[in-house]
Ligand binder design. Structure first.
Ligand SMILES: [Zn+2]
Length: 206
């Protein structure tokens, strides 16, 4: 598992990735909680999507998730996605955020037998600025050098938090796969031809 490099990876199309992930997951068996012995979940979903609350991404993400997973996905949205369950909020402690994520993953396994958690972070995230000290991006005025530096800093911070959350989830839920990605800056014209791309942060489901 690639967890030690902080270099930005080659961007991948979210559309293509979700298509492949959906195909891969259809061959896997659902997770089971050790303390839950019912033979079959009430209904089935392949993936629990953990995404940020950010309005700039939600609708485009839903469109692609529906295209590739149909109805077969659960979703939890919390500010910062991967950050939400592991951030050191300093004096403003939020242990209930982590509890919320863990309990919803457990429920998603119990009720729908998901096979993986997909942590979907995004660049220029307000929660990462507010809680993890990343600078708010100003794409229109950043110089190329500064933009590259900010890209790297962003990637490193997202990777650190997503890897930490993935390790908590994988320790807690034996046969759960976790995959983490960092969406690019949202295109200025969502209806244009510019696709959403991302960098991998964590996991074997590439
Ligand atoms: Zn965000």
């Amino acid at each position: 598992m690639d967890t030690d490099s902080n270099d930005v990876t080659a961007p991948v199309s979210l559309d293509a990735y979700l298509g492949k992930l959906s195909g891969d997951l259809s061959k896997r068996t659902p997770c089971k909680l050790p303390f839950w012995d019912a033979a079959k979940p009430i209904s089935e979903a392949d993936v629990l999507l953990l995404s940020c609350i950010d309005y700039r991404y939600s609708h485009a993400i839903h469109e692609l998730m529906r295209k590739h997973f149909g109805l077969r996905y659960d979703q939890v949205s919390l500010a910062g996605a991967g950050l939400s369950a592991v951030i050191d909020f300093g004096t403003d402690l939020k242990p209930h955020w982590q509890q919320t994520v863990l309990e919803h993953v457990a429920l998603s396994i119990q009720l729908h037998g998901i096979k993986t958690v997909l942590i979907m972070d995004h660049r220029n995230c307000g929660a990462y600025s507010k809680f993890a000290g990343l600078p708010a991006r100003d794409y229109d005025h950043e110089k190329p050098d500064q933009a590259r530096e900010n890209d790297k800093k962003e990637y490193k911070s997202h990777k650190k938090h997503v890897v930490r959350l993935a390790s908590i989830l994988e320790k807690r839920f034996d046969d759960l796969e976790v995959t983490g990605i960092l969406l690019s800056r949202f295109p200025k014209h969502p209806t244009g031809s510019e696709p959403i791309v991302f960098d991998f942060l964590y996991g074997d489901l590439k």
